[in-house]
Write a new protein. Structure first.
Length: 163
């Protein structure tokens, strides 16, 4: 079982079962303040150097949807953000929840470029086991129904990431 913002994709569902989604996210453009009014949507990334994690959904999204983007892949987060800070890339793509937390911690060095896009649902990745999946789904449903999921979300992220 993996509980770590694993995005549910058709490809991953071939190998694993996934619980009911417990967070809803999207892709967020992160940029420097001087580019925030320029890099406001995916189409605006064409012609710009954009940093993404190697093998991530963000890399795949750019390849499929923004053919003019200069895609730069990274094996680690610090190098990607150092390149953004120094101007070697104009933007970085990341999960909206991760991005919100990171931008908050960096005190204005990085800012969002527009609203998040390309809705993504995250769930618990499981071995193929219908009974185990049903138990995980019930636990998530119970926590959603009694407000626990929303409360945890708002406490740790400052927003309700379950919607």
């Amino acid at each position: 079982m993996v509980i770590n913002q694993v995005t549910i994709t058709e490809e991953r569902q071939k190998s694993y079962d996934f619980s009911t989604p417990y967070t809803i996210s999207g892709i967020q453009i992160i940029t420097r303040p001087e580019l925030k009014d320029t890099l406001t949507s995916p189409d605006k990334l064409a012609g710009h150097a954009v940093g993404v994690g190697l093998g991530t959904n963000f890399e795949q999204y750019l390849k499929e949807n923004v053919p003019g983007a200069d895609i730069r892949t990274y094996d680690d987060e610090p190098t990607k953000y150092n390149d953004l800070k120094s101007g070697r890339v104009d933007a970085v793509l990341n999960d909206r929840v991760v991005a919100a937390d990171y931008m908050k911690k960096t005190g204005g060095i990085f800012v969002p470029g527009g609203e998040s896009f390309a809705k993504q649902e995250q769930g618990v990745a499981l071995r193929k086991d219908p009974e185990f999946k049903a138990a995980i789904d019930k636990a998530i449903a119970d926590m959603q129904a009694d407000g626990t999921m929303k409360s945890i979300s708002e406490k740790w992220f400052g927003i309700d990431i379950t919607k």
